[in-house]
Design a protein around this ligand. Structure first.
Ligand code: PLP
Length: 370
C-alpha cells in the first residue's frame, strides 16, 4: 500500500511516559510524572452522577445530532455564556483537538500565527492539513505586526500551554478586539481557564460582541475528563457553524452520546455540580501551592512571565529535562514546544504542577539537597 506521509511524529509526552515507566520498572524506584498534561491531584468522583444516567435510554443508544445534543449545548450556554448566546453557535466535538483541527480547516485565512512557544499539536494539525504557519513572540510583538495580520488567523491560549501563564482578562480582551477590528481571525483556545473559574466567570459572555472569533474549549482539563473526549467550539459566524456541522456529520457521524449526557449532568444537576466543585477545589489548591513553591525556591523561569503570570496547570522551570530525569522527575523539554528557538529552550522544561503538593516538594527538595 502506498502511504500519504505527513512527516509528523507522535507526541513527545508519550515517549517520555514510556521512558519513565521503563526506568521505574528497571530501578524499582518511584518517579514523578510531571510530563503529562492532565490534572493529577484527584479524579473527579463520578460515582453519584452515573446513578442518574439511564444507559438503556434511546438518547444514549442512538446517533446524537452532528452539532451535539441540544440539552448539552443549552447547559454550555448557561454555564459559559450566561445564557446569552444561541445554541446554533455551539458545536460539540470529540475533545478540544478535533474542534481545533476543524476550525483551522474551516477558516479561509492566508496563514495561522502561533506563539513562538506553543503546544505542538497546533502545528502538527496545521502540517497535516497543509496550512501555512507563522509565529509571534509576545502580545507586544502582536501589537506591532497587527497590520500584517489582515486575512490571517492568530491563536491565543490563556492560560497557555506550555507556560501555564495567564494574561489579565482586559488585556486579552483588548488584543482580541484589536485583531478582530483588523480583519484577523482569532482562535481563542482556552481549555485550562475553567479549571480556575466557575459559572460566575463572564469572560466568554463579554466576547459575544466579537465576530471574527472562534472560542475553543474542552472538558478534558476543567472536568478532568480527558478520557471522555468532549469539547466545544463557539462561533457567531453562521457559515462557519454550518461547515463545522457538515464536517462533524461526515467525518465523525456525531460525538459520543454517553460523554455528552455525563457532562450535561455534571453541569446541570446538584450532584454533578458538587462533583465538579470538589474536583476543582482540590486541584486548584495543590496547583497554587506548587506554583508558590517553584517561585519561592527559584526554580520558576521568570524570564517567560514578563507579560503574564504563571497559574498552571503547567509551569516552566529553569532545569533541563535530563537533569530532572536524573532526579526521577518526568518533564518535557521546552525545546519540544518551539520550532525556532530550540537551542535556547533546551535548558528549560515544562512541568505539570497539578499533582500532590507534598510529593512535588519532596522530589524537588531531594534534587536541591544533592
Ligand atoms: C492548549 C491545549 N488546547 C487544547 C487541548 C485539547 O485537549 P483535548 O483534545 O484533550 O480536549 C490541549 C490538551 O492538552 C491543550 O494543551
Amino acid at each position: 500500500m502506498k502511504i500519504k506521509k505527513t512527516g509528523v511524529a507522535l507526541p513527545a509526552i508519550h515517549e517520555m511516559g514510556r521512558k519513565i515507566q521503563q526506568l521505574s520498572a528497571e530501578t524499582g524506584q518511584e518517579y514523578l510524572f510531571l510530563q503529562r498534561g492532565i490534572n493529577s491531584v484527584v479524579n473527579i468522583d463520578l460515582s453519584e452522577v452515573v446513578k442518574d444516567i439511564n444507559f438503556n435510554s434511546k438518547e444514549i443508544q442512538t446517533y446524537p445530532p452532528s452539532q451535539g445534543r441540544a440539552e448539552l449545548r443549552d447547559a454550555i450556554n448557561n454555564e459559559y455564556f450566561g445564557g446569552k448566546t444561541d445554541i446554533s453557535c455551539i458545536s460539540i466535538c470529540g475533545g478540544g483537538m478535533p474542534g481545533i483541527d476543524n476550525a483551522f480547516q474551516i477558516a479561509d485565512v492566508r496563514k495561522i500565527y502561533l506563539p513562538v512557544y506553543h503546544w505542538g499539536n497546533y502545528h502538527n494539525a496545521m502540517k497535516i492539513r497543509n496550512i501555512e504557519y507563522d509565529e509571534y513572540d509576545s502580545f507586544d510583538n502582536l501589537k506591532k505586526i497587527t497590520p500584517e495580520l489582515k486575512d490571517c488567523a492568530v491563536l491565543l491560549g490563556d492560560p497557555g500551554n506550555p507556560f501555564g501563564n495567564k494574561y489579565a482578562d482586559d488585556e486579552i480582551f483588548a488584543m482580541i478586539k484589536k485583531l478582530n477590528d483588523n480583519g484577523t481571525v482569532v482562535f481563542y483556545d482556552s481549555p485550562y481557564r475553567r479549571v480556575f473559574y466557575d459559572k460566575n466567570d463572564d469572560f466568554y459572555t463579554r466576547l459575544l460582541d466579537i465576530d471574527n472569533l472562534v472560542i475553543l474549549d474542552s472538558f478534558s482539563k476543567s472536568l478532568g475528563l480527558s478520557g471522555a473526549r468532549l469539547g466545544f467550539v463557539h462561533s457567531k459566524n453562521a457559515e462557519f457553524n454550518h461547515e463545522m456541522a457538515v464536517r462533524l456529520a461526515f467525518a465523525t457521524n456525531g460525538t459520543n452520546a454517553f460523554a455528552q449526557i455525563l457532562v450535561e449532568k455534571l453541569l446541570t444537576t446538584e450532584i454533578g455540580k458538587k462533583a465538579v466543585t470538589d474536583f476543582k477545589t482540590a486541584t486548584v489548591s495543590e496547583i497554587t501551592k506548587n506554583i508558590k513553591y517553584l517561585n519561592e525556591s527559584g526554580f520558576i523561569a521568570n524570564e517567560f512571565y514578563s507579560e503574564s503570570v504563571p497559574v498552571g496547570i503547567f509551569a516552566i522551570v529553569n532545569i533541563s529535562e535530563d537533569e530532572l530525569l536524573a532526579n526521577r522527575i518526568g518533564s518535557v523539554s521546552l525545546s519540544k514546544f518551539t520550532l525556532s528557538r530550540k537551542q535556547e529552550a533546551a535548558k528549560y522544561s515544562r512541568v505539570c504542577v497539578s499533582v500532590n503538593h507534598k510529593k512535588f516538594v519532596d522530589f524537588f527538595e531531594n534534587m536541591k539537597a544533592k
